[in-house]
Design a protein around this ligand. Structure first.
Ligand code: ZN
Length: 452
């Protein structure tokens, strides 16, 4: 069905482009020059660097003296800045912006701080939500995130429609890999909903897995929605047979399966069923990391709550009792210690890894892009070498997404998705929070380094 539709579109385009004006229009050529270019694949730095861009693709990369641009080329000279590939956030939620509620409200909900925010997002107007998603997408792009994999919580078609609107040039934003509705078991997301209305409300956000056949059907429903990836939440209710059916059906549609799994049991379900990536994986064991390496399953790290995150986002707007504050400080310190160990174990195991922000929170004083970039920087604080942090959000994530041939590196043939920072991100990873130049598809979306 989808292939037929694509062919029909191609036929229309072919007819339109035979007109005399369009047929001869050649792609604009741009030369981007900068003091340094960091290649995350090798860790090598090219200095001084030049990138020749034709239309939306990179044509040539080299030292400035080796790249010849035609006289008509637009030249963007970024001075002494360092160029990097556009950043990839491989786990985000553009259609959630949860304000952490006061303690009394949290205490009333079975799934704690998530419930009120998620509920609001589902029951409010989808149009309002679409505009939120559009804002979050623009803010991500402004901070240098040129690709986002949106893994659930966007209503029935929020992220697929936003992706298409961005691709059509209606609104600015990163390229989006959309997952549409998240596949869950009945056990997940207890949300204190009115039981008489609960099913109707939850269907706006989730597809229910109830046996292998229903699971396959859910994949097909999302495929019909033209998704780029399937997102599943694994918990102890999900069986290996159900998840294996999802993986099989998704792979037949050439879609990868990203599985939310944090505890040992659900991580094992994801491994046994042949998931493509395990999201979060906080309590993965060493043996499971070895199994993941052997099967080529990616670990998608989400260091969102690292470094007292919840205190940072709550304190400006929520009055905390002394008791809650000290318990949050303690739990945060405990989680940070576990996270540091996870990073070391993952690096030692040789498992393939990438990173995502998992950002779904309202962060006072920061845009969504700034909040997400701050999350990437947490990996460095948690003990990951700076080059590996950069790989996690460029070359590694591109491979995890199955888009290694088009993004994640500054190489000929890839999309011209570039960012530049003033300093050296290997010496100071917080440079990722201060992106000064953003290009996506050969188009400049931010430039504080050179005003042409
Ligand atoms: Zn998530």
């Amino acid at each position: 069905m989808r292939k037929l539709a694509t062919l029909a579109v191609l036929a229309v385009v072919a007819v339109v482009s035979t007109g005399p004006v369009r047929a001869q229009s050649s792609a604009p050529v741009t030369l981007v020059k900068a003091g340094r270019l960091l290649d995350p694949r090798t860790g090598n730095v090219l200095a001084p660097a030049a990138i020749l861009i034709e239309g939306e693709k990179i044509k040539q990369v080299g030292t400035s003296s080796k790249i010849a641009a035609p006289a008509s080329a637009r030249i963007i000279d970024l001075g002494s800045a360092t160029l990097l590939p556009g950043l990839i956030d491989s786990h985000s939620h553009l259609f959630l912006d949860i304000v952490v509620p006061p303690e009394a409200e949290v205490d009333r909900h079975a799934n704690g701080i998530f419930a009120p925010g998620m509920l609001l997002a589902i029951v409010e107007s989808p149009s309002k939500r679409a505009l939120l998603g559009s804002q979050m997408a623009r803010e991500d792009l402004e901070s240098g995130i040129t690709t986002v994999r949106n893994l659930g919580h966007s209503g029935i078609d929020g992220d697929t429609e936003l992706r298409d609107a961005i691709n059509a040039g209606r609104v600015p934003g990163p390229r989006i890999l959309a997952s549409a509705r998240k596949l869950i078991t009945r056990g997940s997301y207890v949300q204190n909903l009115n039981p008489a209305l609960a099913d109707g409300i939850l269907q706006q956000e989730f597809l229910l897995i109830d046996g292998a056949d229903r699971a396959r059907q859910a994949v097909r429903q999302n495929a019909f929605q033209n998704v780029d990836v399937i997102k599943v939440t694994a918990d102890e209710n999900l069986t290996v047979a159900e998840l294996a059916a999802i993986v099989d059906e998704a792979h037949r549609e050439h879609l990868k399966v990203a599985v939310h799994a944090t505890d040992k049991t659900s991580v094992q379900t994801a491994i046994d069923a042949g998931a493509d990536s395990i999201e979060h994986g906080n309590f993965v064991t060493d043996e499971q990391l070895t199994q993941m390496r052997q099967k080529g399953i990616f670990l998608d790290l989400t260091p969102t709550s690292y470094g007292g995150f919840f205190l940072k986002i709550m304190e400006p707007s929520v009055v905390l009792s002394a008791e809650t504050r000290s318990s949050r400080v303690n739990s945060s310190a405990r989680r940070d210690k576990q996270y540091k160990e996870l990073i070391q174990r993952a690096l030692k195991s040789g498992v393939k890894f990438a990173a995502g922000s998992d950002m779904c929170w309202f962060y006072p004083g920061k845009t969504r892009g700034q909040a997400s970039a701050a999350t990437f920087v947490n990996l460095r604080d948690a003990g990951m070498p700076a080059l590996d942090v950069i790989r996690s959000v460029t070359i590694n994530s591109a491979e995890m997404l199955g888009w290694g041939d088009r993004i994640g590196a500054i190489e000929p043939g890839k999309f011209a998705d570039l960012v530049a920072v003033n300093g050296d991100p290997l010496a100071d990873i917080t440079e990722l929070e201060r992106v000064r130049f953003v290009m996506k598809d050969g188009r400049v979306f931010r430039n504080e380094l050179n005003k042409p």
